[in-house]
Design a protein around this ligand. Structure first.
Ligand code: MV4
Length: 501
C-alpha cells in the first residue's frame, strides 16, 4: 500500500481524506494557503506545505506548486478531494509525468465527460436514455426555433460547457426563445469562454437522483445505489439522502445498470457519480452528466452501505481489486445529510465569515459530522463557506428525520451565522416529511415559510389588538397579560432562538 499521500484540498474534505489515510496507516501531507495557516486540515496532517496566497488561483489551483510539494514530501499519490483540481485532466497528466499517482480516473475519461454534448453522445452509444434534444451545438437562432417546435415546449437551453445552472435557461414557449437564446449564449461565453448551447426538452418537476458507481483497474464495476439531491438552492445541493424517498429496488437496479454502462463506455476507474433526472410522474429517468470525482454528499452512501469510499479509492488507485462485489451491497438503512454553511439564512444566505467563538457538534447514535473547523478557527472569505456536513442515519426515513431533528438541536455554533436554523425548518416541513421532493422544492418551501410568517404576524397583531382592547376596559386584568406572554413564546420560536446564537 501507499506509504504517504498528499491531499490537494482544504476544509472538511481534506480532513475526511486524512482520516481515511490514518485508518490505513498511510502518512498524510497537507497543502495550505496563507489564509489557512491555522486550518484544521493543516493541524491534522503529518506534514504541511505552504503553496501561496489566499485566492484559489494563487494556491489550491496551482498544479505546479502542488507537484513540488509532492516531490519535497516524498508522497506517492495525490488525493484531489472535490472542486479545485479534481477534474482537471491537464493536472493529472502533469502528475503522471512525474510518476505521481492521481487518485481518480484517467484524464481521457475526465475529458470525455467534461462536455455535456460529448457526455450525451457517450450515453446514446451506451444505450442509456438521455433527455430528448440535440447532440450538436446550435448554429443559429433559426435552428433553435425549428428544433424548439420539433421537440415541443417547454424546453431548456443549456451551455455545452455548463455547470451550476450557468448558461441554462428554461423556455416556456416560442415567444420567449429569442431573449433566452441570447442570454444563455452570453452567460455561457462570460462563464466558460465558450458560447455553445444546445436544446433539451424540459422535464417537468423532475427529481435529481444520482448513482454512485465504483470501478477498479481489473474491469470490475459496481453501483452503490442512489442519492436523492432534489433539494437545491441556486443549483447548490443543500440536503441529500440515500435511498431516495422513491425507494424502489427495481428503479435502483435499472438506474444502477445504466450508470455502469456509461462508466464502462469511458473505461472509468475509481469513484464516480452519474446524474439523472427522474420524472416524478412516469418514473422515467434520463442521463444528465457524470461527475468524475468523489462528491460532497458521499457520506450518505457510506452510512447506508457501510463502505468507506475514500479507502476504496485509495485501494483502487494502488491497483487492488474492489473489496466487495455487487451482491455484497445492501441498502437497509436511510441516511440524510445537511450541508452546514457559514451563511445567514435570514439575510438571503449571505456568507458569514469570521471567528467561530463556540462550537458544539452533535454526537451519539446514528450521527456523523464531517467538519473542517474547530472552536476558535476563522471562516475565511476566500473559499466555499461550507463548514461541515451533518449526516444521520436510521432504520427508516422517519427515524433518520427524528435523529436529524435531535442532532440539529444539539448543534451550537457561535460567532458566525449558519444554515442550521434553515434545516430546523426543513425537518418540520410536511412536504419534506412526506418525501415530496423535486427540483422546485426550495421555491415552494420558501413560499410556505413566507405564508407562515405572514400568518404568525397577523395572529400576533390580533393578539396585541385584543389585549389592548381588553386593557382599555380592564386595565389591571392579569389573565390577559399572562395569555399574551405565553403566546409570544410558542415552542417553535423558542427553539429557533436557542439555536441562533
Ligand atoms: C433540467 C431540468 C429540467 N429539464 N434539464 C439544473 C442544473 C443542472 N445540473 C441540471 N438542471 C436541470 N436540468 C431538463 N431537460 C431541470 C433542472 C433543474 C434542476 C435540476 C436539479 C436540481 C435542481 C434544479 C433546479 C432547477 C432546474
Amino acid at each position: 500500500m501507499f506509504k504517504k499521500i498528499l491531499i490537494a484540498n482544504r476544509g472538511e474534505i481534506a480532513c475526511r481524506v486524512i482520516r481515511a489515510c490514518r485508518d490505513m496507516n498511510i502518512e498524510t501531507v497537507a497543502v495550505y494557503s496563507s489564509a489557512d495557516r491555522d486550518a484544521l486540515h493543516v493541524r491534522m496532517a503529518d506534514e504541511a506545505y505552504f503553496i501561496g496566497a489566499p485566492p484559489s488561483a494563487e494556491s489550491y489551483l496551482r498544479g505546479e506548486k502542488i507537484i513540488e510539494a509532492v516531490k519535497k514530501s516524498g508522497a506517492e499519490a495525490i488525493h484531489p478531494g472535490y472542486g479545485f483540481l479534481s477534474e482537471n485532466a491537464d493536472f493529472v497528466r502533469q502528475a503522471a509525468k512525474e510518476n505521481i499517482i492521481f487518485i481518480g480516473p484517467a484524464p481521457e475519461a475526465m475529458e470525455a465527460m467534461g462536455g455535456k454534448i460529448s457526455a450525451r453522445k457517450i450515453a446514446i452509444e451506451a444505450d442509456v436514455p438521455i433527455v430528448p434534444g440535440t447532440t450538436e451545438p446550435l448554429e443559429t437562432y433559426e435552428e433553435a426555433q425549428r428544433i424548439g417546435l420539433e421537440i415541443g415546449y417547454p424546453i431548456m437551453l443549456k451551455a455545452t460547457a455548463g455547470g451550476g445552472g450557468k448558461g441554462m435557461r428554461f423556455v416556456e414557449s416560442a415567444e420567449d426563445l429569442k431573449s433566452a437564446y441570447e442570454t444563455a449564449r452570453g452567460e455561457a461565453l462570460a462563464s466558460f469562454n465558450n458560447d455553445e448551447v444546445y436544446i433539451e426538452k424540459a422535464v417537468v418537476r423532475p427529481r435529481h437522483i444520482e448513482i454512485q458507481i465504483f470501478a477498479d483497474q481489473h474491469g470490475n464495476y459496481v453501483y452503490l445505489g442512489e442519492r436523492e439531491c432534489s433539494i437545491q438552492r441556486r443549483h447548490q445541493k443543500v440536503v441529500e439522502e440515500c435511498p431516495s424517498p422513491i425507494n424502489s429496488s427495481e428503479l435502483r437496479a435499472k438506474m444502477g445498470e445504466s450508470a455502469i454502462k456509461v462508466a464502462r463506455a469511458v473505461d472509468y476507474v475509481g469513484a464516480g457519480t452519474i446524474e439523472f433526472l427522474v420524472s416524478d410522474e412516469t418514473r422515467e429517468f434520463y442521463f444528465l452528466e457524470m461527475n468524475t470525482r468523489l462528491q460532497v454528499e458521499h457520506p450518505v452512501t457510506e452510512l447506508v452501505t457501510g463502505i468507506d469510499l475514500v479507502r476504496e479509492q485509495i485501494r483502487v488507485a494502488f491497483g487492488e481489486k474492489l473489496s466487495f462485489t455487487q451482491k455484497d451491497i445492501v441498502w437497509q438503512t436511510h441516511a440524510i445529510e445537511c450541508r452546514v454553511y457559514a451563511e445567514d439564512p435570514e439575510n438571503n444566505f449571505l456568507p458569514s465569515p469570521g471567528k467561530i467563538t463556540r462550537l458544539r457538534v452533535p454526537q451519539g447514535n446514528g450521527v456523523r459530522d464531517d467538519g473542517g473547523v474547530y472552536e476558535g478557527a476563522e471562516v475565511s472569505i476566500y473559499y466555499d463557506p461550507m463548514i461541515s456536513k451533518l449526516a444521520v442515519y436510521g432504520k427508516t426515513r422517519e427515524e433518520a428525520i427524528d435523529r436529524l431533528r435531535r442532532a440539529l438541536r444539539e448543534y451550537e455554533v457561535g460567532g458566525i451565522k449558519t444554515t442550521i436554523p434553515f434545516f430546523q425548518e426543513i425537518v418540520e416541513d410536511e412536504e419534506f416529511i412526506a418525501g415530496n421532493l423535486d427540483t422546485n422544492f426550495i421555491a415552494r418551501f420558501n413560499e410556505r415559510r413566507k405564508k407562515k410568517e405572514t400568518d404568525e404576524t397577523t395572529r400576533d397583531l390580533a393578539i396585541i389588538a385584543a389585549a389592548l382592547a381588553q386593557n382599555k376596559k380592564q386595565p389591571a386584568a392579569p389573565k390577559t397579560t399572562e395569555q399574551t406572554a405565553s403566546r409570544w413564546t410558542s415552542a417553535g420560536r423558542a427553539a429557533a432562538h436557542r439555536n441562533r446564537m
